[in-house]
Write a protein that binds this ligand. Structure first.
Ligand SMILES: Cc1ncc(COP(=O)(O)O)c(C=O)c1O
Length: 490
């Protein structure tokens, strides 16, 4: 028995109750900068639309929490009658969900990166603390599986998904590759050897390159490619496990990213979309396949997502659909210093607060909204101001005018709201979000790691080390992890 002192887990987060005491009821313009602001109405709308749309489509939905890492937004993503399935990209995100796991709102956590062996004890400790929780893991290499088998704790079982590479070459195996078949064979052997304590649940695709999509049909092409790859994988799995499509064993194909998920989810709104029709039909082909969509940044949206143009006119997404903005303050002004002869200004948000990716359609590292800069911004819909973040350093950004004179008047000390290119990266630079209402008053503070989670973690968890030594697992012979291994069928 080994004790993992949770003092080892140092979570650098201000206390959420302290933040609330200090900031609830304040107006946005009175906040320090840089801070991340969330417009609660827009968030709720984005979350509800995705829930309604996936329900109408009859498809499962597994929101990703990496964008925000907060319990509050996870709750909105799951809705009042969600099935409690989420994806995380770090163990820390899973641990941050402890208050929702305790409540039974989160029931099933998929660790969305091929399993690093060092995370197994922490995930296993989480499972030991919440025995009814399901923790699913991704694998794309036999060694991850062997590490999991090596660390098996009595009473725990682990659904696994094979991560499929959809061409982005970030993670996963190509479904047509020898490596995929080898992995499938090893999983089958292992499943038998550990009596189902580790079992293949399905296949996970994430076409991250869908961020470069342009239009609804281009997103659907990627989505259909994911579905096809998933179905091919299920076909191979049926053969490997000796099952037919009529078998009671169910396979899950988990697919999506925000551009493709938006395209899929809203297919019912666009019955004329050929790819959409194909997808809706293709999804329903086999009784033993369950399709679920996963997505994360749809909650907040950002300039990158607007650029994908997956929603066709007249419903295309606009800046009014972006729930996140970064509040920054003008530090200095440089009249006429711009390349186009326009003015420039220094603000308090740089790469750390805004992200590292410049945009194409919306140029720069962020776009300044007209909030507080023109009289219309008080009552009208959010609009661009004519200022963009044209250059960036670690803690500061340089505002430039899109065209000379387009930006309007700035003053030192003026606060500006900037829409980021990529909400997940921008948000993670801040640690907590100020959640504001339609009057720009702070209604809540959502911290990435709440006191409730921290209190829980201060209880020292005892990590059982009753690992079953390999030689004691009945009939276990370590599979040969050599790629290209020829499986012997008896
Ligand atoms: C593995 C994985 N799955 C799902 C998602 C969710 O994608 P998105 O934020 O585009 O909705 C991500 C995001 O990067 C991811 O890395």
């Amino acid at each position: 028995m080994t004790t993992i002192p949770f003092s080892e887990n140092i979570y650098p987060a201000a206390s959420d109750s302290h933040l609330r005491d200090r900031f609830l009821g304040k107006r946005v313009e009175d906040l320090p900068t840089p801070v991340a602001i969330l417009d609660e109405r827009v968030l709720r709308r984005n979350c509800e639309l995705m829930l309604q749309a996936t329900k109408a489509l009859g498809i499962g939905f597994r929101p990703h929490v990496k964008t925000h890492k907060t319990t509050q937004l996870t709750r909105l993503q799951l809705g009042p009658d969600g099935d409690g399935k989420v994806v995380v990209s770090t163990v820390r995100e899973a641990e941050a969900l402890i208050p929702l796991i305790k409540e039974g709102v989160v029931k099933d956590v998929l660790y969305g990166l091929p399993l690093p062996p060092s995370t197994i004890p922490r995930l296993s400790a989480l499972l030991a603390s919440f025995p009814s929780l399901i923790i699913s893991v991704l694998v794309d290499h036999p060694s991850q599986l062997l590490a999991l088998v090596d660390s098996l704790v009595p009473g725990q079982s682990w659904p696994i998904f094979i991560k499929l590479d959809m061409g982005s070459r970030r993670a996963g195996v190509d479904v047509e590759s020898e490596a995929f078949k080898t992995l499938l064979g090893i999983i089958r052997d292992t499943e038998l050897e550990v009596a189902g304590k580790v079992f293949l649940k399905g296949f996970y695709c994430h076409a991250g390159h869908s961020y470069a999509a342009s239009g609804t049909n281009s997103a659907f092409k990627l989505l259909n490619a994911e579905l096809e790859a998933g179905k091919r994988a299920v076909g191979f799995a049926r053969t490997e496990f000796g099952l037919s499509a009529a078998s009671s064993r169910e396979w899950t194909i988990s697919l999506g990213a925000t551009p493709t998920a938006i395209a899929a989810a809203f297919v019912s709104t666009y019955p004329e979309s050929e790819n959409g029709r194909d997808f809706a039909t293709a999804m329903k082909v086999y009784a033993d396949i369950k399709v679920e969509l996963h997505a994360g940044v749809y909650t907040m949206l950002d300039l990158q997502q607007l650029s994908t143009r997956v929603m066709p006119p007249p419903n295309e997404l606009g800046v009014g659909d972006i729930a996140i903005s970064i509040l920054a303050e003008v530090v200095s002004i440089y009249p006429g210093r711009g390349e186009n002869g326009g003015d420039e200004a220094l603000v308090t948000a740089g790469t750390v607060g805004l992200g590292r990716e410049p945009g194409k359609e919306w140029a720069g590292w962020g776009v300044v909204s007209n909030w507080g800069l023109d009289s219309e911004s008080v009552s009208g819909a959010a609009k661009e101001s004519g200022w963009i973040v044209g250059r960036i350093s670690q803690e500061h950004g340089i505002l430039t005018e899109k065209e000379k004179g387009a930006g309007g008047k700035l003053e030192v000390g003026k606060k500006v709201k900037i829409w980021p290119q990529h909400a997940c990266i921008a948000g993670s630079g801040h640690g907590w979000y100020f959640v504001v209402d339609e009057n720009d008053v702070v209604k809540d503070v959502w911290a990435e790691f709440t006191e409730d989670s921290q209190n829980y973690l201060q209880v020292e968890w005892e990590l059982p080390r009753h690992y079953i030594p390999l030689n004691e697992v009945k009939g276990y012979a370590p599979p040969d992890p050599t790629p290209g291994r020829q499986k012997q069928h008896s």
